[in-house]
Write a protein that binds this ligand. Structure first.
Ligand code: TYM
Length: 348
């Protein structure tokens, strides 16, 4: 097997940085996913070679999320990507489990990681603390699979919310460890974390991040929520009794709403503080709810339309799979060569 000419050396392809990112298709897409991730991805398509995937293999680390429901939410997620503005003519969209190489590279990288390093991951500690006794090994291994997702495409830039930064550090560390062990090969990827909505907080407890697994269903606002629900969730969001609309560590609820408003409207936080000086919380909240509804109504409409276009969606994903599989196998062959595995004999 001849080594192919490197066309993704240094994390670039055709002169553009390679971008890779994804989200788990569990329980819908909330405002944190949209503002902290998806909205940025859409804009980044202009000047990156993008791969957007649906991380269904990660999703099964959440107990009870597999089976028919996962099959459905994976397609929902694909439809949401497109509805939010991911352009299948420009970007590659694929499903993680349909591409061979993610689990294989994760194995190689896992042999370079220490168990202690994995046990110290904040998300592992949080999630294993709420696991009700059973701690799946997948939960511990999860950040290695994530590192493999990124390194399998030699990605240079990985746009994520603040909560994924530590996982990105591990991916960088494993790239360096591999390079130190087997010879310089991987580009060391960079996290791209936006500055306004990198950590959207729960509407009911603004000291913790908005999360799909929040037991309080009013804490997370989903793109699929009805307009009534959106209004109710924003109206009942936790604030304070001070009555002024400004960013402050002592005002986590209002600060969170200002960030959300800014992320949705594109207006800066300081412009919003100025506009809402002296205005009551009731009016402020009503305006945020309106802005959210205005923004996500067309997304929801496109989503419902796309969800009915099963063949179109399947074709987009198949085209993505073929492209991703080509990249993944070519990189995996090189990794296997460096590691010292025997070469496969193929038909070509
Ligand atoms: P996931 O599905 O939890 O979240 C998807 C994206 O949404 C961001 N995010 C948030 N941003 C702001 N505020 C919040 N409250 C909030 N909650 C979530 C996340 O940071 C993420 O960018 N492990 C990943 C999926 C993944 C991945 C990868 C991402 C698997 N392999 C490789 C990048 C590269 C995850 O569970 O994201």
């Amino acid at each position: 097997m001849a080594m192919e000419k490197d066309n993704n050396a240094g994390g670039t392809l055709d002169g553009l940085p390679i971008l890779l990112t994804g989200l788990q298709p569990t329980a819908g897409i909330h405002l944190g996913n949209y503002l902290g991730a998806l909205q940025n991805w859409v804009a980044m398509q202009r000047d990156h070679r993008c791969l957007f995937f649906i991380s269904d293999m990660h999703a099964i680390t959440v107990p009870g999320s597999g089976g028919g429901q996962l099959r459905k939410t994976t397609m929902d997620c694909a439809a949401f990507y497109l509805a939010c503005g991911i352009d299948p003519e420009k970007s590659c969209i694929f499903i993680q489990s349909q591409v061979f190489g993610h689990a294989e590279l994760a194995w190689v990288l896992g042999c370079l990681a220490s168990v202690g390093q994995l046990e110290r991951m904040t998300q592992f500690k949080d999630k294993s603390g709420h696991s009700g006794g059973f701690i799946g090994a997948g939960l511990l291994y999860y950040p290695i699979l994530m590192a493999a997702d990124i390194l399998l495409y030699n990605a240079k830039r990985v746009p994520v919310g603040e909560d994924q930064r530590q996982h990105l550090e591990l991916a960088r560390d494993l790239a360096e460890k591999f390079n130190g062990t087997y010879g310089a090969f991987f580009n060391v990827p960079e996290a791209f974390v936006g500055n306004v909505c990198a950590r959207v907080m729960s509407l009911q407890n603004p000291l913790v991040k908005m999360s799909k697994s929040d037991e309080n269903t009013m804490g997370a606002l989903f793109l699929m929520d009805s307009n009534d629900k959106i209004q109710k969730k924003i109206r009942t969001s936790v604030t304070d009794s001070e009555g002024s609309i400004r960013i402050s560590a002592e005002k986590p609820g209002i600060s969170n709403l200002l960030h959300i408003f800014s992320g949705i409207s594109g207006d800066s936080v300081s412009a919003l503080e100025e506009r809402y000086a002296g205005v009551g919380y009731g009016q402020f909240k009503a305006d945020i709810a309106d802005a959210i509804i205005e923004k996500i109504t067309p997304i929801r409409e496109r989503f419902f339309h796309l969800r009915r276009e099963e063949n179109f969606l399947a074709n987009v994903l198949e085209k993505g799979r073929i492209h991703a599989q080509g990249c993944a196998l070519s990189l995996l062959d090189k990794v296997y060569d460096l590691v010292g595995f025997q070469r496969r004999f193929t038909e070509e």
